[in-house]
Design a protein around this ligand. Sequence first.
Ligand code: ADP
Length: 231
Amino acid sequence: MAYNKRYDKRKMDEIRPLKMDVNVIPNADGSAMFQIGNTKVIAGVFGPKTLHPQRLRIEGKGLIRVSYRMLPFSVSERKNPRPGRRDIELSKVIKESVQSAVFLEEYGNAVIDIHVYVVQGDAGTRCAAICAASLAMADAGIPMNELVTAVAAGAVGEQVLLDLTYDEEHVEDEDVTDLAIAYNENLDKVTLVQMDGKISDKNMIKAIKLGVEGCKKIKKEMQNVLKKRYK
Ligand code: ADP
């Protein structure tokens, strides 16, 4: 049967409820909690600080390092705390997505370390990690050209939809496609597209557009949280 009514009764272009906060880790230079439905992540930013060892320095440019991890209890199956291939890959793509907003040339010899932990996962953890990292960098007072945001879009059968849950990623008897999309609105640049599944060209374009609109909505909420905290 076609998937035309969502399990949680959301509209096809509706994002799950959002909750967020900044300055949640007192010891960090900046931090954030970002929750979308039952996916919840925490990010801490440490730096900018002088990069050691010196050989890692890039002449006249700062470096961003991201470490993404899922906590052992974050999903029903225990996650090994030792970083696996997936953690390494996601750390890399999260870094590439958020650093499009940072003026790295202002941070010669310096490093900004971003640690992101998935406290609870219900799909879309890499997207939530990008949002949390952006919020935490803003909280750290790091000048950026934009708050990079991210959300998943995709298709269940022929139905294109926004912000899939884990259950929607596993609808039986349907081909499910999941696209993680990150967007820098100021540059009008998609800074991440990762796809899992199979989709027609038409639906792929539709899903990316839906994702970009979702990113814009999330950014507004993030701006509100920052304004409230620092009015
Ligand atoms: P991403 O979309 O960034 O890959 P996911 O949450 O889809 O993040 O995936 C993270 C990992 O957690 C995957 O291994 C996935 O199978 C698992 N996972 C996510 N949500 C659940 C859930 N509700 N129940 C069990 N496992 C889950």
